[in-house]
Design a binder for this molecule. Sequence first.
Ligand code: SF4
Ligand code: MSK
Length: 669
Amino acid sequence: MPKKRTPQEQSTDPAAHQMLIKAEELGISTAFSRADAMAPCNIGSAGMCCKICGMGPCRLVKDGQVGVCGATIDTIQARNLVRGIAAGSAAHSDHGRDMAFTLKAVANGTAEGYMIRDVAKLRIVAEKYDIPIKDRSPEEIADELADLFISQFGQQRGEVAPTRLAPEKRQKIWREQNVIPRGIDREVVEALHRTHMGDDQDPVHILNHAIRTSLADGWGGSMIATDVSDILFGTPAPLLGSANLGVLKDDMVNVVVHGHEPTLSEMIVAASQDPEIIEYAKKAGAKGVNLAGICCTANEILMRQGVPAAGNFLHQELSIMTGAVEAMVVDVQCIMQALVGLAENFHTKVITTSPKVKLKGATHIEFEEGKALTIAKNILKEAIDNYKNRGDITIPENQEKLVPGFSHEYINYMLGGSYRSSFRPLNDAIMSGRIRGVAAVVGCNNPRSQQDYLHNHVTRELLKQDVLIVETGCGAIAAAKVGLLLGEAGLEQVGPGLREVCETIGIPPVLHMGSCVDNTRILTVLTQMVEDGGLGDDISDIPAVGLAPEWMSEKALAIGTYCVASGAYVIFGGSSPISGMPDKMADSGILSEYISSGWEELYGGKLEFEPDVDELIRKTLEHIDKKRAALGLPVYDADRFGKGGDDRMKELESLSLAERKVALYGVEG
Ligand code: SF4
Ligand code: MSK
């Protein structure tokens, strides 16, 4: 019988504890309690089961066992893995496709309420693809750019256009390995074809296609999604936000937007500020409409508009548990089917909006970009009409301030200003050893582990070691909830070198870079670090690691793989979907070994699954130091620069001029 955990064992978040106790008292199940009640299938979770044809499902649990068709364990695991990567790539890329269609509609004046907010970014992106910008209106440029982006999905031959933005050396590796995606949809379809019964049986050959499929996501659909979102809604820059369930308001109509696409959520933000809607809410007895986000929709509107985040993936049910949410408006991805049943215990309306996603029992108000503002207002009116049905509420007080909005463009600006925007200071800090390296701590929550613990433990430990952290997705919200995304608060927990860099530039040590689709911003940052010089000539040379400590979604598998293909060392926490190998099997361990050292040989990046968090941290630092050594950089030494930043300044100020010279230069007189 699986163990039933206490709320403190289920989450590190006090707001979650309060809601989990309430759920227990009311006898309501949540993902946390369902995870406790249902032990994961130890055959399926290790990738030892194949169910792709009607002769199975085949479970390979004995030494030397093969499926009815003769399939071996490594073939089955490779097929399962590439199918997950294909699904993740499809989800991100379909999001990118919809964004490209919205850009086209805006360019043609058929999208109600939208506009091109960032004309500068439109021009920069267009130029990267050799689209003329001189003497052309933003709409003309956007129209041509949208056509280019839309064509990438159905393209059959050639190379998906954003791959040309990667460092030269990386493109050469991809060409040599024949893994540059030809068209975004084509690679996803081929992944499904190859893994149909009786097709590709060579695990290494199957996994080559995993690389190509994931590249169609990272250097294809996801990159398009991020660029178009910035063009339409503005490129993020730092602003003040807040996170956790305490952002819900007892005297306002609370509307929680959840999912991934900013097209609808941005319009709901606009509609919530419309005088007509505010008046409508007041007539219903509320002070107005309070918007809050969950999951990556939260990140999209937090990064650009400062709209508060009610929480990450595992907070979707907990926000409804407050009893204070009039409507939860969802679009695509990471939406639990349990929401509707849970909401029946309260007054919350679950409103689906995407033509692709319906939940039985939910209200469906389909979103169309041609009537976007009108639909957004109608959704808010549904929520306001529901305010009168609110019963007892319990809103936890917990919320933390944060500074999100670190797009690649903003980091470039903050490091060098408008005229000398550059990554030079960051590269220099890494080269001198003030910053040991960079880690991206990204990805989901998973109720199989204690919510947020792995994210924040890894982040804190790496910060102490002078590792600069960038975060996206639910990991970023985990860090936000404990104050790690706020300059001064976070800096107390940081090594002296990194602290000085953060204090002089004026940044928090953990940079929130957006939603899970925005992991491509990290690719762009790494590419520019290469271009600015001093850290090798390819992404694989940079002392950097990607971590997904609490991963759960297939999109995470796609992201991890495209980062590996781009040259990064990627470590996932939790369980490995390809770990299962019956003892003494001839091919035992071949697949885990292949995606690690095999891929490293080909791409300079490797993918590993590491359940032990201390080992995950150790491997991260070891890799960073290995890359520093390969670049000929000084060995990292925490004491090399002594105390850093403001502390050092205060210490020096208290000294006489002569003493200061000794302290600074080691000379007297
Ligand atoms: Fe079994 Fe082979 Fe069918 Fe998979 S493809 S279910 S291993 S028979
Ligand atoms: S929402 S994919 S739980 S990061 Fe992007 Fe969070 Fe993972 Fe969903």
